[in-house]
Structures are given as C-alpha cells and as structure tokens.
Ligand binder design. Structure first.
Ligand code: DDQ
Ligand code: CA
Length: 258
C-alpha cells in the first residue's frame, strides 16, 4: 500500500473518530420541553427573570414600546408596568438584593428601580451599549453583556469592578444577549442564533451549548415563526429547569436543560 494512500485512510479514520466524539458532546446537551404556555407576543423581550413561581420580571425593547413589568404567567397580565420615554430602547433587567436594574441599548443609562413599585430611584451612567443583566446572589455581583465578547462585572451599586472575555473553543464569542445566572454558571443567548451557551465564570469558557432550532420548529407553527424575532429570554426556575422565550414569541417554554 502506498504511503499516500495509507495517510489518506489514517486521516479519514481520525476525522471520523473526532466527529463521533464531537457528536456525543453535542448530544449530551439535551433540551426537554416540559410545558408550553401562552406568552405576550407584543413583548420584544430583552430581560427575563423569575421573581416568584407565578411572576416574571419582564423588560422589553423597541423605541416607543419599551417597558418593564411584573408579568403574571397564569393570567398574562402585566403589573406595575412602567413605560420608557420613546427615545429609550429598553434592554436587560435583573433583581438584586436591594434594587431592580434595567439597561437601555445605546443611551448609556441604567435605571435603578424600586423592587415593589418599579419606580425609578436613580439613573446610572455607563460606557458603551447595554444588552443584558444577571445577578449572582452569592457574590452579590451583577453580570452585564454589551454586544461584545466581554462580560462586565458590577457591584450592587452598579460600579464596574471587573470584566472577562467569553471564549468558545478558544475563540472570542461576541453578541452575548439575554443572560441568566444559575447553578454557579452564566447562561447566555447568542444574538441572531438559536443558541444558549453556558459560561464558566471563572474561566470565561463556554462549557455547554444548547441549540433550540428543533425545539422552535416543533413548538411553534410556521405562521408563528414568521412573526417571531430571535430567541432571547432565560429565567431560572430551579435545578436545571428554566423558562425560555424570545422577542415577540407567543409562547413561554418550560424546559429542562441537561
Ligand atoms: N439588542 O437586543 C441586540 C441589544 C438590540 C436589538 C435591536 C434590534 C432591533 C432593531 C430596531 C432598531 C431601530 C432603530
Ligand atoms: Ca434572564
């Protein structure tokens, strides 16, 4: 057998084995839909967090339609709704020990809000864009995404204290959108994709990756899909169970992520 042929065969076998390992890694990230609930399709969802078993804190975007409210999962009603001025595009929201924060996309302003009434207590300036927020109660820090591959780390008063890069298989991963802190990891939607990645906060590395493409095809009609924007919205319930939705999604999916 010629050397070239032998090398070719070796290459082929190795490639096949590597692809097998890759596939098994991907298959390890299983998504199971436990429940499909109706959701407010007028919400251009930019921030989502569970505040009690029946209530989500919901922040929405688009100029002239941006709001924040407590969304009642059972009735679909928004409570304590606060509208943003029409030239402010609402982004991520999170609940901390003392406040609720809401970002704006390009105005460099975060609203510090009362945890009950959602009334603005203070406006806080920051550099760059605002995309999403998530609170880590153990460390009492806020994670903030801004469209780049960097995650900013802020204290309870919104002061920037650190930042780290997110990498996926060694490459910087940008466009990190709606965030969720759960089980010691940071979950993030990747803008314009059906992916949710799981980030190790100590290394910035993506350690798990969930592809919602099939889930979307199976749980939404073609007409619904045509009227939806991107997947965006992760709210932790408990353990490995989450509510997932997207911008102008007519449904809220309760899923388990293995
Ligand atoms: N972001 O969520 C990725 C941070 C921003 C999305 C904005 C997409 C809507 C564009 C409409 C802009 C109108 C000027
Ligand atoms: Ca969230």
């Amino acid at each position: 057998m010629g050397k070239t042929l032998r090398n070719l065969i070796l290459f082929g076998v190795t490639t096949f084995l590597v692809s097998l390992v890759r596939t098994s890694q991907v298959q390890a990230s299983k998504i199971k839909v436990l429940e499909s609930l109706p959701f407010d399709k007028t919400a251009f969802t930019q921030g989502l967090e569970l505040v009690d078993p029946d209530t989500l804190l919901l922040g929405t975007g688009r100029y002239g339609q941006s709001r924040i409210e407590f969304y009642d999962i059972k009735t679909g009603q928004g409570q304590q709704r606060q509208l943003l001025d029409e030239d402010y595009f609402g982004e991520g929201v999170t609940v901390t020990d003392d406040y609720i924060y809401q970002l704006t996309w390009k105005k460099g302003i975060a609203y510090q809000r009362d945890k009950e009434s959602l009334a603005v207590l203070k406006e806080i300036s920051y550099e760059g864009q605002g995309w999403s927020l998530a609170f880590d109660p153990a460390q009492t820090i806020i994670y903030m995404s801004n469209g780049s591959d960097q995650i900013q780390v802020r204290d309870g008063d919104f002061n920037l204290i650190d930042q780290f890069q997110v990498t996926d298989q060694g490459f910087p991963l940008e466009m990190l959108n709606e965030l969720e802190f759960a089980n010691g990891y940071l979950y993030a939607n990747v803008w314009q994709t059906n992916r949710i990645v799981v980030i190790d906060i100590s290394t910035g590395q993506v350690v798990n990756d969930y592809d919602f493409t099939k889930i979307i095809q199976q749980n939404f009609t073609e007409t619904e899909q045509a009227n939806m924007d991107v997947l965006n919205g992760i709210a932790h319930i408990e353990g490995n169970i989450f509510y997932i939705t997207g911008k102008n999604y007519p449904k809220l999916l309760k899923v388990s992520l293995d």
